[in-house]
Design a protein around this ligand. Structure first.
Ligand code: NAP
Ligand code: MG
Length: 495
């Protein structure tokens, strides 16, 4: 979609229609209370639309709808091949509507249209397609009991899945949950983030157009504290999948423990280290290190927010990083030539600026650190690099979720490993070296769900994505994602 010009995107944006109600039982409806909340475009501050503000009553209605769809067998009883056909149609419909999906996410949360139209929206189609194609290629098992017994071990869907997702990749985070949950035959109630509910509502409409029966996918926009909590505490939800902050992930564990002990799968925060050894290709490392922290305004759970550089190459590396950071400047997200979009909202921008202030106190600012006003919105932050960061500094410990890089130096492999693992998180890590033994040795020693060697943030539908430690547990993507949405059921037959 890179062939659309700035003018094209602006005129498409002006003509865009927003779905802004709850989607329950295959139709759009207001919240039972009639309440609404406004969703804004952070790049201008403009109100896009007032969206139905679901609460516990709407969640209950959506769960009942999901349960009755599940129990009826209208989706759960379909064969994997039949489900595949519907989800492939959905993937095709998403592909037919890439500009619209790209605009919905860009307008709703400030990411670059360049990225939403080439990464997020095509990615969603791809992930639906991948899980659809995989589902009728999974075989069940027969245990090697011998004798006159057959013990069949089958994957069965769980029932009603609740999904609560964040705003940084609104369409894709929803897709990562929905594609495997639906492919395995579950019904779902999805609560998108309050900052970015619009693409999920369009997705639900297209799912029904693709042939997904009513009630199998329900979307209830609303606030985490009411709609999100109600889903987490609902006694008829079998499984709750979540992507978001570690603090809220812990709340979902509590909600489950205080209600029906539903399964909870968490993808939470990160503070991923990117380790640069002296033998690395420094130009390539700098290109990817800049991408690793500044892509999507740094609002990436696996962002490489800590750059650990060997002392002997620190100056060379810092110089390269400074040049790259300064080539990235805030611009209108709708302009395909822009290199950095808006932060998701004012309040998150305030938070990021507080971290920058803390960095100014503790460390040495190399570049950036500025809040910028564009088109009437001050939700823009310039790419920021701090040097002389110590492991106990706030900017080295906390997830900032903004374009802020903390640089630390090490003198030995062991020191690099210890520094990299000195965090409560364990989502991702990167290692740059031409030495294969060092690459493998260091990778083995890192506590991270994904280690990328001589690249950053490597990711594919084919590989599991998720964390260790307080970055959560359970995996999105790949065949392993199906594990979260199915139970193993054993049936013995004696003959
Ligand atoms: P967040 O505050 O945890 O919100 C995530 C979702 O949880 C939103 O839908 C939110 O609702 C809901 N929520 C908030 N408070 C809740 C509560 N008390 N009870 C139930 N639900 C509640 O996270 P965020 O600020 O949107 O997203 C940024 C975080 O997501 C970062 O920490 C990032 O690392 C993480 N993330 C992780 C991954 C991963 O795969 N590991 C991927 C992307 C993002 P509302 O916001 O609508 O109120
Ligand atoms: Mg918004």
């Amino acid at each position: 979609m890179t062939d659309l010009s700035y003018k094209d995107w602006k005129s498409k944006a002006a003509a865009l229609k927003f779905r802004n109600q709850c989607f329950i039982s295959g139709t759009f409806c207001d919240a039972i209370s009639g309440a609404k909340f406004e969703t804004l475009n952070p790049a201008t501050g403009a109100v896009l639309t007032a969206v139905a503000r679901g609460n516990g009553d709407d969640i209950d209605r959506a769960v009942k709808s999901a349960r009755s769809a599940f129990d009826s067998g209208v989706w759960s009883g379909k064969t994997p091949s039949e489900r595949k056909e519907v989800l492939l149609k959905l993937a095709a419909l998403i592909r037919d509507n890439i500009p619209e999906f790209a605009l919905l996410d860009t307008l709703d949360m400030g990411k670059l249209i360049k990225d939403s139209s080439t990464v997020d929206a095509p990615g969603s189609a791809h992930f639906f397609q991948w899980h659809a194609e995989a589902i009728d290629k999974l075989y069940d098992e027969i245990a090697p009991t011998g004798g006159r017994d057959i013990a069949m071990i089958r994957r069965v869907p769980l029932g009603v899945v609740g999904a609560v997702v964040p705003w940084n990749f609104p369409l894709d985070m929803a897709t990562w949950k929905l594609a495997p949950a639906l492919a395995t035959g579950n019904s779902v109630v999805l609560k998108p983030a309050e900052q970015s509910p619009l693409s999920a509502l369009f997705l639900a409409e297209l799912a029904v157009e693709a042939g997904l029966p009513d009630g199998v996918l329900n979307v209830v926009p609303g606030y985490g504290q009411d709609a999100g909590q109600a889903l987490g505490r609902h006694d008829d939800v079998d499984c709750l999948v979540f992507t978001g902050s570690t603090a809220v992930g812990k709340l979902f564990q509590r909600y489950a423990g205080e209600s029906n002990m539903k399964q909870v799968w968490l993808e939470t925060g990160g503070k991923s280290p990117n380790i640069i050894f002296p033998d690395a290709d420094l130009d390539a490392a700098a290109d990817m290190a800049a991408f690793g922290i500044f892509f999507n305004q740094g609002e990436v759970c696996s962002a490489n927010s800590r750059l650990l550089v060997h002392a002997s190459i620190k100056d060379e590396m810092l110089e390269r990083m400074k040049t790259r950071a300064e080539a990235i400047t805030p611009g209108d997200p709708l302009d395909p030539a822009s290199t950095l979009g808006a932060m998701v909202d004012k309040s998150h921008t305030d938070t990021v600026m507080q971290f920058i202030e803390s960095g100014r106190q503790s460390s040495r600012l190399i570049t950036g650190g500025e809040r910028v006003t564009l088109n009437g919105s001050d939700a823009f932050v310039t790419p920021t690099i701090f040097d002389n960061v110590e492991s106990n500094h706030k900017i080295a410990r906390d997830e900032i979720f903004g374009p802020v890089l903390a640089v630390q130096t090490f003198n030995s492999d062991d020191e690099a490993i210890a520094m990299a693992n000195d965090t409560v998180y364990g989502l991702a890590a990167s290692v740059w070296t031409k030495d294969l033994s060092r690459a493998l040795g260091v990778s083995d020693a890192l506590n991270a769900g994904t280690v990328s060697v001589n690249t950053v943030d490597a990711l594919s539908a084919m590989t599991p994505f998720g964390g260790m430690k307080q970055s959560g547990y359970g995996r999105d993507l790949s065949i392993h994602a199906f594990d979260k949405y199915t139970a193993l059921k054993t049936t013995w037959i004696r003959y």
